[in-house]
Design a protein around this ligand. Structure first.
Ligand SMILES: NC(=O)c1ccc[n+]([C@@H]2O[C@H](COP(=O)([O-])OP(=O)(O)OC[C@H]3O[C@@H](n4cnc5c(N)ncnc54)[C@H](OP(=O)(O)O)[C@@H]3O)[C@@H](O)[C@H]2O)c1
Length: 306
């Protein structure tokens, strides 16, 4: 089968190649992958060695079950999952990290949910109840950011979405942002919760905007810059900065996200879509900050209707 494997000698550190089909046993579920989504983390993983040379890259996939154990969904069921090695025509998935996808939900949209959607959902929940509270989301134009804007809006927050350039704010008001700002300089009142995926100077500025009792969830660090806190900026009424990592099993949150998509409450914005063969273009667009929302790769061409 075709798969995108890490190869430090290849352009972009990945290579499309043929590898043997995987074998699932026990309760594992074998999925034929129709679509896979690209995450910022995948770009890092290909270069950092976190996914070793020769291993298949990718985490987000949606497709159709080929084989299942006693507690998994029947063959033919449409599913979305978070699994290692998603950029391949077939992937073995832990039964606890998938959710069924109803007929009314497009599998390409479902594929966009796992890493970014679960991160947004978990980080928002970790920040506590947000009804009527001011929530600042940095990197709001990206995958995590757009899901976070919508989820915070559904939860009743006053949402401030921060982007890098005015055009990156396109569609955020429609998603539920009450304010769309470029950088953080124009925010004129404290915020109660911050979901930060930019790090560096923006994390420091967001910390300084945080109200007493507030919490900042540090999800990512796309700026790649150090965060330098001015002296005494951590002295004062208690507020918290919490680290964040997507780990464990993902099935419950994926099911929550699929239900929200099915009901129409959570639109999924695909800012880039193309064949797995065009991975390099997708990666360049994501790195170049030109994808509004998620980039989705079509893995199996000419999918039949299940
Ligand atoms: N901890 C976890 O488990 C977890 C889970 C998911 C994601 N993450 C991390 O969260 C971050 C966002 O992921 P994503 O998938 O949403 O990425 P994404 O879709 O590429 O979006 C990232 C956003 O960050 C902003 N950005 C990019 N480069 C920047 C730079 N040099 N300076 C300032 N802003 C920059 C961009 O917004 P503008 O162009 O508008 O500035 C972009 O929309 C990444 O660091 C990722 O690794 C972590």
């Amino acid at each position: 089968m075709h798969a995108l494997v890490v190869d430090p000698a290849a352009p972009g550190s990945v290579r499309l190649t043929e590898i043997p089909e995987p074998v699932a046993d026990g309760d594992d579920v074998l999925v034929e992958v129709w679509h896979a989504a690209l995450n910022y983390g995948d770009l890092n993983d290909a270069r950092s060695g976190r996914v070793p040379p020769g291993a298949v890259l990718g985490s987000d996939l949606a497709g159709v079950v080929l084989r299942s154990g006693p507690s998994g969904p029947a063959p033919g069921t449409k599913v979305v999952a978070l699994a290692r090695g998603a950029f391949a025509e077939q992937v073995v998935v832990d039964v606890g990290s998938l959710a069924e996808v109803p007929a009314s939900v497009d599998l390409a949209q479902a594929a966009a949910l796992p890493v970014a959607g679960v991160a947004a959902l978990r980080a928002l929940r970790a920040g506590g109840a947000v009804l009527g509270r001011r929530v600042l989301i940095t990197g709001a134009s990206g995958g995590v950011g757009r899901f976070a804007v919508r989820l915070a809006s559904i939860a009743g927050a006053y949402v401030i979405a921060s982007v890098g350039r005015p055009e990156r704010g396109a569609g955020l008001t429609e998603l539920g942002a009450d304010e769309v700002v470029v950088g953080l300089d124009d925010i004129d009142a404290p915020v109660d919760v911050v979901l930060d995926s930019v790090g560096g100077a923006q994390l420091v500025a967001a910390w300084q905007l945080l109200a007493p009792g507030g919490s900042l969830q540090s999800i990512g660090w796309t700026s790649g810059e150090p965060a330098v806190f001015p002296p005494y900026s951590t002295i004062g009424p208690p507020k918290s900065l919490t680290s964040f990592i997507n780990d464990g099993l993902f099935g419950d949150e994926l099911a929550d996200l699929v239900r929200l998509v099915e009901s129409g409450a959570l639109p999924v914005e695909l800012g880039w879509r193309g064949s797995l063969k065009r991975f390099a273009d997708a990666a360049e667009a994501l790195r170049g900050r030109r994808v509004n929302g998620k980039a989705v790769l079509d893995v199996v061409d000419n999918q039949p209707t299940p």
